[in-house]
Design a binder for this molecule. Structure first.
Ligand SMILES: [Zn+2]
Length: 193
């Protein structure tokens, strides 16, 4: 277990003693801060592995994605050739569109609301600070029947990005806090059952 997940686990254990509603709110708060690049113990960068932080609060489903750029593009620096520029642009546009990436339980009736994508090394003037670079993204969906949500089909993401071999997810819902690991060829991330 790395430092970050240790901190998260300790935080979640602490939250478990609070009122459920407060725990969920605080969990979402912690989630929103966990993408800071300056934070000590930021998730380990390992090609082929991506991390998801999933939080369900009321009808709002937030999916935080942290991925090595290699897993999405095959390189981790500013694009050099026209082909690389096109590939980077297409990848960013696809993620920012936020459509067809995640398919929560149909019964939960979730619709995409927003998607924000941050990949500094790909942006104009961006420069890699080291050999590796990540992409961070946050997807928000609204679910009419959130209590029906116990899985998310990641097929849309996995089909487009063949380099992703493993997905490590932390899930915070009113029903509890879970960890789930998905390895290709599995496509559906499940928790709570
Ligand atoms: Zn890397």
């Amino acid at each position: 277990m790395n430092l970050r997940s240790s901190v998260l686990s300790a935080l979640m254990l602490g939250l478990a003693t609070l009122l459920p509603a407060a725990a969920v709110a605080a969990g979402a708060h912690a989630h929103s801060h966990s993408h800071s690049h300056a934070q000590a113990g930021h998730g380990a960068h390992e090609h082929g592995r991506i991390a998801l932080e999933i939080a369900l609060e009321g009808q709002e489903l937030t999916i935080g994605l942290e991925a090595p750029l290699d897993s999405l593009l095959g390189f981790e620096r500013a694009p050099r050739t026209e082909a690389e520029k096109k590939a980077a642009q297409a990848m960013l546009e696809h993620l920012r569109a936020g459509q067809g990436l995640f398919a929560p339980d149909a019964a939960a009736q979730c619709q995409p609301v927003s998607a924000t994508v941050d990949a500094p090394v790909l942006q104009a003037g961006g420069a890699a600070k080291g050999e590796h670079a990540d992409l961070d993204a946050t997807f928000v969906l609204r679910c009419a029947l959130p209590q029906a949500l116990t899985s998310i089909d990641l097929g849309g993401l996995l089909d487009r990005h063949r380099r992703i071999a493993r997905v490590e997810a932390e899930i915070v819902t009113p029903a509890g806090q879970f960890k789930s690991v998905l390895k290709r060829p599995a496509r559906v991330l499940r928790w709570g059952r």
